[in-house]
Design a binder for this molecule. Structure first.
Ligand SMILES: [Zn+2]
Length: 513
């Protein structure tokens, strides 16, 4: 059968990364970030500075470029990383998607923008549940293509209910748009009659987030190996590092290969052979999936030295344990307090999520001196109150467009923001919880990163994609602090992770049969 001349393609999505130890995500969180239905999805995807993550705009642009098609927006819900999604909202979303898909039939294909590390308060595999709903409605023959964050925790149904599994390959995530475009290419191929096989292999390794960078390291090498092995039979290789803090039975470093060969075979398929090779490489390098962080007292010494001696290189300090990009609240005081009490000079610190404090600074106005009380409303047991004399150094409404890294080109609203001068440190306080991955969060306050002696960010790794023009990797200090996203996984009470598992247990075994 020739491909449909003007295919009707449904677009839908559910994207959130859930940390089981963080407070739940509600419908309000999605409404505040991204909740779109119907044609609004397509309009937003084609906007010059879209508010949605770039994979859907990338998908739509590539579909537009490849020929006629009819996009049919269904529903797209995205939120900042948070705790598990309130199940009532997820059930409502599934219902909205089911009704939308039924009304849109007949369809020729479906694109799903997924994350892969979602949870609900009742379901550990919401993406699998979503794909089941989609498949039930569109049937077995309509091609379904999905994109995933590389922090996806991958269940078997997530792989087997779709026709092509396409995961990010960069961390920081700078290839979202390209993966959306790749999903469009895959869908065009499937519309033309291609059939696929998907193979999933999971390792008993739950990599701490800081060990999953893609510039260098064992994870980067697994991804590179997969890309070197791309050939005519292989449609996609995705190496999914997973997100430990989801704490599910499906956690674990997972290789997913989508291949084009589905002919009857007597030996192993191309997908299976390749998935095994990459998984074996990961297993052989398991000793490299243990985090190495800098203790707080050493970090303070480094910041003090950088502030005292202008001949030393400026440094970036990452509070990887309170990363809003992994469900952290973005408000723990351990690092700021230590820097302030030690008298660190020439430091920028951002971004602290504290709406009441930002509002108070706006009330007082510029140059006002007051006692800044952080965390007056305690949100987690890591978010301890702390106060210090401060001066209001800058104020903005928090509306900006991302300049560099994962937020580049996206319209962002941080709510009322204030820069507070506390001793030798200037702290940016915001009203919308976001990770400090883009220099614009300092620059919109008139602060100069290039002149700072040290810059502390609440971000696990995405700041590397935004601040790379100021700090080479060797100028980055990952500090060991308490928090909801600490890479020291032994500090958490796990209930669902498959055990034994690296890096938590001794005597972990893995054999490929
Ligand atoms: Zn991610």
């Amino acid at each position: 059968m020739p491909p449909p001349a003007n295919p009707r393609i449904a677009i839908l999505g559910f994207s959130i990364e859930c940390n089981k130890f963080a407070p739940p995500a509600t419908k309000a969180h999605f409404l505040a970030r991204t909740y779109l239905e119907g044609d609004d999805i397509v309009t937003e995807a084609r906007a010059p500075t879209p508010t949605v993550l770039p994979e859907t705009p990338g998908f739509v642009a590539a579909m537009d470029a490849a020929g006629p098609w009819q996009p049919v927006g269904i529903a797209l819900a995205m939120s900042e990383p948070n705790g598990p999604v309130e199940h009532g909202f997820f059930a409502e979303l599934l219902d909205t998607i089911a009704r939308g898909l039924k009304a849109a039939l007949p369809l020729d294909g479906v694109y799903i923008c997924a994350h892969g590390a979602a949870l609900t308060t009742e379901e550990d595999d919401p993406e699998g549940a979503l794909f089941e709903t989609v498949r039930r409605i569109v049937g077995a023959r309509v091609p379904v293509v999905a994109t995933f964050d590389l922090h996806a925790n991958v269940s078997d149904r997530m792989v087997q209910l779709i026709d092509a599994f396409i995961g990010y390959r960069t961390n920081p995530h700078l290839d979202m748009r390209e993966r959306g475009a790749e999903a469009a290419d895959a869908l065009r191929e499937l519309l033309a009659g291609a059939k696929t096989e998907r193979v999933r292999l999971r390792l008993p390794i739950v990599p701490p987030t800081v060990t999953m960078l893609t510039a260098a390291g064992p994870y980067a090498e697994m991804i590179q190996l997969g890309q070197r092995r791309m050939g005519p039979e292989i449609m996609n290789v995705s190496v999914m590092g997973g997100f430990a803090y989801s704490d599910t039975a499906k956690n674990g470093l997972t290789v997913v290969v989508t291949s084009r060969n589905v002919a009857a075979r007597s030996t192993r398929s191309a997908a299976d052979t390749l998935a095994r090779e990459i998984a074996q490489y990961g297993w052989d390098n398991r000793a490299r999936f243990y985090p190495k962080l800098t203790p707080l007292d050493e970090a303070v010494e480094k910041a003090l030295a950088a502030g005292r001696d202008p001949n030393l290189p400026a440094l970036a300090f990452a509070d990887v344990a309170d990363n809003p990009g992994g469900g952290g609240r973005g408000n723990t005081m351990f690092l700021l307090r230590a820097f302030a009490e030690a008298g660190v000079k020439g430091a920028l610190f951002g971004i602290i999520y504290d709406p009441p404090l930002a509002a108070e600074a706006h009330q007082y106005g510029l140059h006002y001196n007051f006692e800044a009380r952080f965390n007056r409303e305690e949100t987690t047991n890591f978010s301890e109150p702390w106060s210090a004399p401060a001066r209001v150094a800058a104020l903005t409404d928090g509306n900006c467009v991302g300049r560099r890294g994962i937020y580049a080109g996206q319209r962002l609203a941080l709510g009322p923001c204030a820069a507070l001068a506390i001793g030798g440190i200037t702290v940016v306080v915001v009203s919308h919880r976001l990770q400090c991955a883009d220099p614009v969060f300092f620059e919109m306050m008139g602060l100069h990163i290039g002149r700072a002696r040290s810059v502390a960010v609440k971000s696990r790794g995405h700041f590397r994609g935004g601040f790379d023009e100021f700090f080479a990797p060797e100028r980055i200090v990952e500090v060991d602090l308490p928090g909801l996203t600490s890479p020291m996984l032994s500090r958490f009470q796990w209930t669902r992770l498959p055990r034994p598992v690296i890096p938590l247990d001794e005597g972990v075994a893995f054999t490929l049969t």
